[in-house]
Design a protein around this ligand. Structure first.
Ligand SMILES: Cc1cc2nc3c(=O)[nH]c(=O)nc-3n(C[C@H](O)[C@H](O)[C@H](O)COP(=O)(O)O)c2cc1C
Length: 192
């Protein structure tokens, strides 16, 4: 295999989730975040709709505050849990940046929503792989209010738009290990 293949294979296999509490608070230069967003922008996109959009929180605690307040404001009193509020509030505390990733449909697009979501997920993976190559820790979070109608409304998104997740980026002193539960052979059918 070529050196280029070995390089990208190593980056792909080394991209492992690091939960934000395992990050150490060290800041990533904004220029590196910009470079990662440029990688995102080269994701494949059916009919060149480029449906991905990013909100970059350079002060990630602000995202935690907004997320937790959204939870408080939109959860019935009998379901509300202070523990959840605090988890959402504190989740980004040791991250450097949070990138909230959305798919926004172009008016009159003929591309199925599924494909626009897939394209945006590719863009997000580009960020994660670029982050790995830069020695950064990363986490794709979709918990809390991420998929709620309240989040969409808060962001001013349309009915067909989708919030895919929040990417937490930072540095970590620990290196996570990966595992796969299902053998690849069970997921592949060759037709020859
Ligand atoms: C679409 C998507 C949503 C995810 N949402 C969460 C989440 O809300 N909470 C969480 O702990 N991990 C979440 N993850 C991260 C996965 O837990 C993680 O990718 C998985 O454990 C595999 O580990 P790896 O990333 O190290 O391969 C999400 C990953 C993807 C792709």
């Amino acid at each position: 295999m070529s050196n280029t293949f070995d390089t990208i294979a190593s980056i792909i296999k080394n991209r492992r989730t690091t939960k934000p509490p395992e990050m150490n608070g060290q800041k990533i230069p904004d220029e590196q975040i910009t470079a990662l967003l440029e990688l995102a922008d080269w994701a494949p996109t059916h009919a060149n709709t480029e449906p991905w959009n990013f909100i970059v929180y350079a002060q990630p605690k602000l995202f935690g505050q907004q997320h937790a307040e959204l939870y408080k404001a939109n959860t019935p009193a009998n379901e509300y849990m202070q523990m959840t509020y605090e988890k959402l509030l504190n989740m980004p505390n040791k991250a450097s940046h949070v990138i909230l990733c959305t798919m926004q449909r172009k008016p009159l697009t003929r591309i199925p929503v599924l494909e626009e979501i897939a394209a945006t997920a590719c863009a997000m993976q580009n960020i994660l792989l670029g982050a790995t190559a830069l020695g950064l820790a990363s986490y794709w979070g979709s918990g809390g209010m991420i998929h709620s109608p309240a989040m969409k409304q808060y962001l001013g998104l349309g009915e067909d738009d989708v919030v895919l997740g929040a990417l937490y980026l930072g540095y970590s002193d620990t290196k996570p290990t990966g595992k796969r539960n299902i053998p690849l052979s069970e997921k592949v059918t060759w037709v020859k």
